[in-house]
Design a protein around this ligand. Structure first.
Ligand code: URA
Length: 244
């Protein structure tokens, strides 16, 4: 069961305020009766809801975790390149899109979903969802770099980057690090290392918010999220706190 206004939003009839207007104008029928109350409860798959004469059909959102391999682009379609959706079985593809982007040469965790609201919340600059990456970097990474990452770096944007955590796993001519950033600017991690004179030669996303890459997945493989994983992501972004 869910509220009528949420049901209409999730079936593509607009934002909460647009849906409220439609209800006010008497455009919505539930089982043949005019419905005006946004809080009216709807049973998905049972109640027949018409909005402006069109049926609102509720399809359960799908959530997949993909281990994106290098060489694929984070897009739903591309004229030349292989996209992450090309890696899915055809039956799994419908309405899915990647939540954010990994560069073509980056790999690791990519969430694919049909839940536009969750995607929007996870990507919102206001939410500061942590993203954790493992990187191999040309150049000797030292504590001084970690301090600069924590202080915020000039990567050519209006504002410096938000404080980021840099954990040095190995320091050498090729260093290994774990980086946690709370924004998602274009080429963010590569640009942060470039700002301190290093070059990222391998980048893999390990985590996004509460969602960690399943270590049993190989590059190119994917699986559905568990109920717990979906719930945790929704809680993290405040989605579950809305009234049903
Ligand atoms: N930062 C980058 O530079 N590239 C990615 O793919 C992700 C984060």
């Amino acid at each position: 069961m869910m509220r009528l206004d949420r049901f209409l939003c999730e079936t593509g009839f607009g934002t909460r305020s647009q849906v409220k207007e439609l209800l006010k104008k008497g455009q919505v029928l539930v089982n043949g009766q005019a419905a005006k109350r946004p809080e009216q409860k709807i049973e998905e798959g049972k109640d027949v809801v018409l909005c402006g004469g069109k049926q609102a059909v509720y399809a359960q959102a799908v959530y997949l975790m993909l281990y994106k391999p290098a060489g694929t682009v984070s897009a739903t379609e591309d004229a030349k390149e292989r996209t992450v959706l090309d890696l899915l079985d055809t039956g799994d593809r419908r309405d899915l899109f990647p939540v954010g982007r990994l560069d073509k040469d980056s790999e690791g965790l990519l969430l694919l979903t049909s839940d536009g609201e969750l995607a929007h919340r996870l990507l919102s600059p206001k939410k500061h969802v942590d993203k954790v990456y493992y990187a191999r970097v040309e150049g000797r990474v030292a504590e001084e770099h970690a301090e600069r990452f924590a202080a915020g770096l000039d990567i050519g944007e209006k504002a410096p980057t938000l404080p980021a955590a840099l954990e040095i796993l190995k320091s050498g001519e090729i260093s290994e690090v774990r980086v946690t950033v709370r924004e998602g600017k274009f080429h963010q991690v590569k640009r942060m290392f470039a700002a301190v004179g290093c070059r990222v030669i391998y980048l893999k996303r390990l985590r996004m918010g509460t969602l960690a890459l399943d270590e049993t997945l190989k590059a190119g493989e994917y699986r559905r999220l568990t109920e717990d994983e979906i719930r945790d992501l929704k809680r993290l972004t405040g989605q579950a706190e809305r009234p049903e």
